[in-house]
Design a protein around this ligand. Structure first.
Ligand code: ADP
Ligand code: ZN
Length: 729
């Protein structure tokens, strides 16, 4: 309920400061409504906040400080405030931290007209220096974008004074921040592609859901290329035609470019964008126009769930099974689950689109909580690729080589036919392990319990946990012997080396997320490959995600067993999804495709399920096992990670928690641990893990909150709770 507070009335204001609750203030001259964005005094500072309903009233009104200013942006609607509260309660996140996700508009509190932005000018610098050239290069890369000063300096990797120095000559143009321009209107009435019968049926069903004006979730399942995107664009059209806003979430920024082009073709203009790849000025515009309701379609990353929609009618979560929807830093949340929560607060529809549903979504559809639509055929003539295994126990492969003779012959045949092959290995870098042949030690990160991974392309070692990099050492860091360091095991860069050696005439392209400095560079590469600029693509899971390569007819998976190792409860599900996704890359259009999986365990049930492609049978079997074990989605889990520079301190806290489980026992929850986390040290902090498992209906959040509140944490110790953990590291 939104209400108006007359001047001088006490109101609660929630700020993003780390306090445990909203504080009381006095409404300003002119009064203020619930949800208004305001500036309030806090100690000696001024901070931003949102009017959060009735005052708590534990201070006399005359002692309250007044709200200083009401920002000139539309107030936060009550569905959004409701969402923030429920998301905070679900993920056990303090309200201020949750609110911060909703206030991510750059310069929200600044007075309009005072901000200055920088873009490419027409002048030439009076004096050329390498630093100045970096700025010019960065701007030439994005000639139409306008940047904040520090943003441009960061992008170019120079100090702000370098940017300032370029303004005098006009090489960089400084100007007052223009008023946020409206987004060009999208026309939902434009005709889409004529739909195939199963597409048309699914589109009708989604339109009917939208017409209810209520919350609902639909799982839209269809193999890659079955035309799911065309179908959900019909739902977007229906939503916009009814005057409501639509949000499409994509798992990977690299996928947005292709999608924006499709939106433009369908609706006549580009939608608003929200992700880390767009400038601050553009993000500000998207935030403001979303709040006004002028931006009707927003395409973004998971954080777009926290935009201030005026009237949100539809959220599409594309590739809903994708693990990158889980935010693993700071506030821990699953964007898929939060999309459902936000939609239920807004009276909006959710479409979960995927070729390989997550077991969670599949189970919700089985239970009837979600509706389910299936697209059964590929669009047009294209057929699914034929899948087969290559039994590596029967193949003669030399040491330090990974491509079997069978796979080699298959690639050769494609080269002769003028078609593309993909060699897939889901491991970045050159080699996962660097070993000293003199002392036998592996090169490890000095601040994490993790190996350093050689990236030969960057000529550096990199820690995939903390991002630390170091030049490739000449001598062993452990024993000091020179020239004995050896790469062990394959990474995607090493595969490219082997491919080049095996097929010296072929044009080879590598696609791995760390090899591209910008989304733009990656996009250019993808387009080049799609138009036939490579014979063989060597890639990581980056290629499994949605890029279309029309000439690709063969997928060779180097190590289909890779994801099956390890104790992760979703290992089977993930391997199944990834193998199906990557195989689905082969044979679009009119050319049949083939996928060959190199494996040492061709009889493993997961490998067999991948081959038969009987997804329902696989999911039913997975579901039966998880139900028997009482694990998600048939039970609830929470991961607790305690970290401290001192391993003993972290363990003491873990043991104290493990001794004090009365509240959890009451709801039928079990506690496992403490144990050292699989990665026992990150950035110099020792990590100890506990796992809580509870029955599906158990009220796990309040029990967990009370449990950890009962422990006094040493100042150096951090404790994080991950509800529904996806990764167990
Ligand atoms: P998915 O999202 O299921 O992978 P897409 O919607 O991307 O499938 O469709 C795959 C390809 O088929 C795209 O190039 C798309 O433009 C084309 N396509 C899908 N449906 C139609 C249709 N009804 N008419 C023409 N082309 C279509
Ligand atoms: Zn590290």
């Amino acid at each position: 309920m939104t209400r108006f507070h007359p001047p001088g009335a006490p109101v609660a204001v929630l700020t993003t400061q780390p306090l445990d609750r909203a504080l009381d203030y006095r409404a300003p001259t002119g009064g203020v409504e619930d949800g208004a964005f305001v500036e309030v005094p806090l100690g000696p500072r001024k901070v931003l906040g949102v009017v959060w309903g009735e005052a708590a009233g534990d201070w006399p009104v005359e002692k309250l400080r007044p709200i200083l200013r009401v920002l000139e942006v539309p107030a936060m609607g009550s569905p959004f405030r409701d969402f923030i509260e429920r998301a905070a309660a679900y993920t056990l996140t303090p309200l201020p931290a949750m609110l911060r996700l909703g206030l991510r508009a750059p310069g929200l509190g600044e007075v309009p007209g005072k901000r200055r932005v920088y873009g490419l000018g027409t002048g030439t610098p009076d004096r050329a220096t390498p630093a100045r050239q970096k700025v010019i290069d960065a701007l030439r890369d994005r000639p139409t974008d306008l940047f904040a000063l520090s943003e441009l300096a960061d992008l170019a990797g120079v100090s702000t004074s370098v940017v300032k120095g370029l303004c005098a000559s006009g090489a960089v143009l400084e100007q007052a921040m223009p008023r946020d321009a409206d987004f060009p209107p999208l026309d939902p009435a434009r005709a889409g592609k004529p739909l195939a019968p199963d597409q048309a049926e699914a589109a009708d069903a989604l339109r009917a859901e939208i017409a209810t004006g209520d919350y609902g979730t639909t799982l839209l399942r269809g193999v890659t290329g079955s035309g799911k995107t065309e179908v959900y664009l019909e739902a977007v059209a229906e939503c916009m035609a009814r005057g409501r806003q639509a949000l499409v979430l994509l798992p990977e920024i690299a996928l947005t470019a292709e999608f924006l082009t499709r939106v433009q073709a369908r609706f006549g203009a580009r939608p608003a964008e929200w992700h880390s790849g767009v400038t601050q000025a553009e993000r500000r515009r998207t935030w403001a126009k979303t709040a006004e309701g002028q931006a009707r379609l927003i395409v973004g990353a998971r954080s777009a769930l926290f935009l201030p929609y005026r009237d949100l009618g539809l959220i599409v979560v594309d590739e809903e099974h994708d693990t990158s929807y889980k935010q693993e830093d700071g506030v821990l949340y699953s964007a898929r689950d939060m999309a459902v929560l936000r939609a239920s607060c807004e009276g909006a529809q959710v479409v979960l689109a995927t070729a390989t549903p997550s077991l969670e979504s599949w189970a919700n559809a089985e239970l009837g909580k979600y509706k389910r639509l299936d697209l059964t055929s590929r669009f047009g003539e294209a057929v699914l690729p034929k899948l087969a295994t290559i039994d590596m126990r029967d193949e003669a492969v030399a040491g330090g080589r990974w491509i079997s003779p069978t796979l080699k012959r298959a690639v050769e045949a494609r080269i002769i036919a003028g078609e593309q092959s993909l060699i897939f290995l889901n491991r970045r870098g050159y080699a996962p392990v660097t070993l000293c042949r003199a002392c036998g030690q592996q090169v490890a990160c000095h601040q994490c319990d993790a190996r350093m991974v050689e990236h030969r392309f960057l000529k550096r070692l990199m820690c995939h946990q903390c991002g630390e990099t170091a030049p490739m050492p000449e001598v062993c860091p452990s024993c000091g012997v020179e020239g004995k360091l050896a790469a062990v095991g394959p990474g995607v860069e090493r595969m490219a080396e082997e491919v080049t050696a095996l097929f010296p005439e072929a044009r080879v392209a590598i696609l791995s997320s760390d090899l591209f400095g910008s989304a733009r560079a990656l996009k250019a590469k993808v387009e080049e490959i799609a138009s036939g600029g490579a014979d063989i693509i060597v890639g990581t899971q980056l290629v499994a995600k949605g890029h279309n390569f029309p000439k690709l007819t063969l997928v060779g998976v180097i190590d289909a067993d890779l994801g099956l190792q390890g104790s992760d409860l979703r290992a089977a599900e993930r391997t199944f999804q990834l193998m199906r996704q990557v195989s689905g890359r082969a044979g679009r259009a009119d050319k049949p495709g083939q996928a060959l999986l190199q494996t040492y365990q061709p009889d493993h049930p997961v490998i067999r399920a991948i081959l038969t492609g009987d997804e329902e049978a696989f999911l039913r079997e997975e579901a039966a096992q998880r139900r028997a074990a009482g694990v998600p989605p048939y039970g609830r889990m929470a991961g607790i990670v305690i970290s401290d520079p001192d391993a003993g301190v972290a363990f003491d806290v873990g043991n104290a928690l493990a001794r004090n489980t009365a509240g959890l026992d009451e709801i039928g929850a079990e506690v496992y641990g403490p144990a050292p986390a699989p990665i026992a040290r990150i950035r110099g902090r020792h990590r100890v893990r506990l796992l809580v498992k509870a029955p599906r209906q158990a009220p796990i959040q309040p029990a967990l909150a009370a449990w950890v509140a009962g422990i006094d944490l040493p100042r150096s110790t951090r404790l994080s709770i991950d509800i529904d953990p996806q990764s167990f590291l």
